[in-house]
Design a protein around this ligand. Structure first.
Ligand code: SOE
Length: 368
């Protein structure tokens, strides 16, 4: 650890030393958000020498010789490595007393994720998971709509998260390899975002689910595929509301189509990630589309609305807001809606439930 321990005051933002583990698209996304927060990105370590050198050149920072060496110099570490490393790397960071941002899935099974959440709870360090779609202003507006009672008793929910980057048999990724990706692929990668967002906006839990999964291609390259490309779920919420969720990475033409709809006794709402500046409010008599232009945005939506309406905010802004809030928590503040390791563990619990239901054909209780 560079300077920070539980007895010392948190460093000022420009003194916060941050490292990144990993070298792909997510490492670049984290690096952008770290810099936008005004912290010091001091170095990177990826998997192997060549990959570390490439990552260092791409991010414009020194290459470190090992994860441990990087952890020793940092106040915060961002982990974007393959899923199978998400248990040992955050454990090493938390044991060294530094704060951690760890990509989802937090671990490749619910048991490991729970252990990490417990470790984080015993630590004074901050441990967060980038469920970044929570950080769109109109998602906060949706949440406020529910909290203010404008939705009324929840009746049904509907969600989808569709991508196509695994559509074709030649599409491949490290996540396909069980030793790196773990037992769930599409659901762990993007279904985790969807269920997190559902419980975040609804303010209540999925209490049971029934799921079925499918594999589009039995082989990808030399690898025999045994993880899902798609999952279809029926869910029941604590209030009794029922709903469906579709998660797929093989839907042609769908790039990052996360949509969530909650329908209640008084009104309904729908948020689409690819149109993040809008929130549809449905009513039997007349429906409307609310935008960031609204003068009566909730306090939380207004807080995250950092440029005037008409200047579109998007994915990178949500990511930057998530990282800024993580660093605010390190500075001792309590930002609203920060996804912690407990939330990461919850998504892993639901992922395990999806796999179990798909295997047994039975409903699985998820409220424990
Ligand atoms: C790939 O599926 C991916 O980059 C996810 O890992 C991210 O969480 C998602 O936000 C975009 O798609």
């Amino acid at each position: 650890m560079s300077q920070l321990n539980s007895q010392q005051a948190a460093p000022a933002m420009q003194e916060l030393k941050v490292g990144v583990i990993g070298g792909g698209f997510m490492a670049r996304t984290h690096a952008d958000a770290i810099r936008r927060a005004g912290a010091q990105l001091i170095g990177v370590r990826s998997n192997g020498e060549q990959s570390t050198q490439r990552a260092a050149a791409a991010l414009g920072v020194p290459a470190f010789e090992s994860v441990q060496a990087l952890i020793e110099q940092c106040d915060v570490i961002h982990i974007t490595s393959p899923n199978a490393l998400h248990f040992e790397q955050p454990t090493a960071a938390l044991e060294a007393g530094i704060s951690v941002v760890c990509e989802k899935p937090l671990a490749t099974n619910a048991h490991g994720a729970k252990q990490l959440a417990d470790l984080a709870a015993r630590s004074t360090a901050v441990a967060s998971v980038p469920f970044v779609y929570r950080f769109h202003p109109m998602v906060r507006q949706a949440r406020a709509h529910v909290q203010e009672g404008k939705l009324g008793r929840l009746l049904t929910v509907r969600g989808q998260y569709l991508q196509d980057w695994m559509h074709t048999v030649s599409d491949n990724d490290w996540r396909v390899e069980p030793a790196l990706g773990g037992p769930s692929r599409a659901f762990a990668d993007i279904g985790s975002h969807l269920v997190d967002l559902l419980e975040f906006i609804a303010g209540e839990k999925i209490v049971r689910l029934n799921a079925t999964t499918s594999i589009a291609h039995t082989h990808r390259g030399a690898v025999a595929v045994d993880t899902e490309d798609a999952a279809a779920l029926i869910v029941q919420m604590a209030s009794g509301a029922i709903g469906t969720m579709m998660v797929s990475q093989v839907n042609a033409g769908r790039k990052n189509a996360l949509t969530i709809e909650l329908s209640g006794e008084k009104s309904a709402l729908e948020f689409q990630q690819e149109k993040p500046e809008e929130l549809w409010i449905g009513k039997p008599e007349i429906s409307s589309v609310l935008s960031r232009q609204a003068t009566d945005l909730s306090a939380d939506a207004a807080r995250l609305s950092v440029v005037p309406a008409g200047h579109p905010m998007g994915y990178l802004d949500a990511f930057a807001a998530f990282v800024a809030d993580t660093y605010a928590a390190i500075a001792g503040k309590a930002p609203n809606g920060l996804p912690t390791f407990a939330d990461g563990a919850r998504a892993c619990q639901l992922t395990d439930a999806v796999l179990e239901s798909a295997r047994t054909g039975e409903w699985v209780a998820t409220n424990a």
